[in-house]
Design a protein around this ligand. Structure first.
Ligand SMILES: Cc1cc2nc3c(=O)[nH]c(=O)nc-3n(C[C@H](O)[C@H](O)[C@H](O)COP(=O)(O)O)c2cc1C
Length: 354
C-alpha cells in the first residue's frame, strides 16, 4: 500500500459506494478532518498523583471482561473500513495486531459487501484474528433502506462476528450529498433486531455523541451496549465537506464541523442515568491518558479510530507500537494513582476537575 498515494490518484474503484469508501479513507489520513475548536471535554480532568502506591508495577493488570469476552486490555479498534483493496489491507493489519494484543476490533459499514459481493474479501479477517471479538457494522438508517433482519444476520455470519454495531450518523447523512436521511421509525426496528439476532447489538455514533436520554431509549429496547463516539475527534461533517462537489454541501459540512456532544459529557450523562450499562467511550481519544480518563469516568472500554488508521497505514509494526505505548501509559497511570487494576481505577475516585 503506497502511503504517498494522493487523493486524486486514489479511486481505481468501480461503484459510487466503493468510491466513497476510498475517499473517506484517504481524507482521514489528514488531520484536517479533526475537530479544532470543540474538544472531548477530557481536558477538564486530571489525575491525583499518589506518591505511595504500595504496588509492584509488575502486578498491574489491564485485563477486563466486556459483554462476557475476556480481553487483554480495555481497548477497542473502532469501526472503520472495508470495500476497497486498500481498505482490505488496512483491515488485515488491524486484525493481526488486535489478535496479537488480545483486543476487539470493529470493521466499517458492511453495506458495501451486501451490494457488491466482489468486495467481500476486504472484510475477510477472521483467519487473521481467530480468537478476538470481531464487531460487524451497519448504518442504522439502512434499516429504512432495504436492510432487515436477514441482511444483518448475513453480515454477522460473513464476518463471523461476535456482535453487531449499528451506527447512528444523522449529521453525516444530512450534510452528505448522497445521504440517506429518513431516520423515522428506527427504534422499533432496532428493538426487533435485538430480539432476533443471535449476537448482542451495540449502538454507536460516528463522532457527534450519544446523550444520556438517547442511550436510555436504546437500552430500553434491548441494546446491549453503547459506544458514545463523541465530539472532539474525527469530524464527519468536515470529511463530507472535503468530498463535496458543490458549494452548498461544502458550506453545510463546514458549518457543522465542530458539532456534537463532547465525549466526556456523553459518559457523564449516560453514567448518571445508566450506572451499569456496558459502555464504550470513543471520539477524539489519542493517548493513554485519554483512555485512563474515560475509564475513570465510568466507561468499560476505550475506542480509537483515526489514530489507529494512521498508524496502520504506515505499517503493522507502527500500529503495534502505538497500541503498546497507549497500554504502557495506562499502566503508568494505574501505578501512579495507586490502582492495581481497571476495576480499582473505576471504584476509587482519583480524577479531579481542574
Ligand atoms: C476512515 C474511517 C471510516 C469510518 N467508518 C465508519 C463506519 O463505517 N462505521 C462506523 O460505525 N464508524 C465509522 N467510523 C467512525 C469511527 O468508528 C469513530 O466513531 C469516529 O471516527 C470517532 O473516533 P476517532 O475520533 O478516534 O476517529 C469511521 C472512522 C474513520 C476514521
Amino acid at each position: 500500500m503506497a502511503s504517498t498515494t494522493s487523493h486524486k490518484e486514489q479511486p481505481t474503484v468501480d461503484s459510487p459506494i466503493e468510491q466513497r469508501k476510498a475517499e473517506h479513507l484517504q481524507l482521514c489520513m489528514s488531520d484536517d478532518v479533526a475537530a479544532k475548536e470543540s474538544t472531548t471535554g477530557l481536558e477538564r480532568y486530571r489525575f491525583r498523583h499518589c506518591a505511595l502506591p504500595e504496588l509492584d508495577f509488575a502486578d498491574i493488570d489491564l485485563r477486563v471482561t466486556f459483554l462476557g469476552w475476556p480481553l487483554a486490555a480495555p481497548l477497542l479498534i473502532s469501526s472503520m473500513t472495508g470495500g476497497t483493496p486498500d481498505a482490505g489491507e488496512i483491515n488485515r493489519r488491524l486484525a493481526r495486531v488486535a489478535q496479537q494484543i488480545g483486543i476487539p476490533m470493529g470493521v466499517g459499514s458492511q453495506r458495501v459487501m451486501l451490494e457488491q459481493p466482489q468486495v467481500r474479501d476486504t472484510f475477510a479477517i477472521r483467519q487473521d484474528a481467530p480468537t478476538i471479538p470481531l464487531l460487524a457494522n451497519l448504518g442504522a438508517v439502512q434499516l429504512n433502506y432495504g436492510c432487515g433482519v436477514a441482511e444483518c444476520q448475513k453480515i454477522v455470519e460473513m464476518l463471523e462476528a461476535n456482535a453487531l454495531i449499528l451506527h447512528l450518523n444523522p449529521l453525516q447523512e444530512a450534510v452528505q450529498t448522497e445521504g440517506d436521511r429518513n431516520f423515522k421509525g428506527l427504534l422499533p426496528k432496532i428493538a426487533m433486531l435485538c430480539q432476533t439476532l443471535p449476537v448482542p447489538i451495540i449502538v454507536k455514533e460516528v463522532g457527534n455523541g450519544i446523550s444520556g436520554e438517547v442511550a436510555q431509549r436504546l437500552i430500553d429496547v434491548g441494546v446491549a451496549a453503547i459506544d458514545v463516539a463523541g465530539a472532539g475527534g474525527t469530524s464527519w461533517a468536515k470529511v463530507e465537506a472535503a468530498r463535496a462537489h458543490d458549494q452548498r454541501q461544502r458550506y453545510l459540512g463546514q458549518a457543522f464541523g465542530e458539532w456534537g456532544i463532547p465525549t466526556a459529557t456523553c459518559i457523564e450523562q449516560i453514567r448518571a442515568r445508566l450506572p451499569q450499562v456496558p459502555l464504550i467511550a470513543s471520539g477524539g481519544l489519542q493517548h493513554g491518558t485519554d483512555v485512563a480518563k474515560v475509564l475513570a469516568l465510568g466507561a468499560n472500554l476505550a475506542g480509537l479510530a483515526r489514530p489507529f488508521l494512521q498508524a496502520a497505514h504506515q505499517s503493522e509494526n507502527a500500529l503495534y507500537e502505538r497500541i503498546e505505548l497507549i497500554l504502557a501509559e495506562l499502566k503508568t497511570i494505574l501505578f501512579c494513582t495507586g490502582n492495581q487494576s481497571i476495576a480499582h481505577l473505576q471504584q476509587r475516585p482519583c480524577l479531579e476537575r481542574c
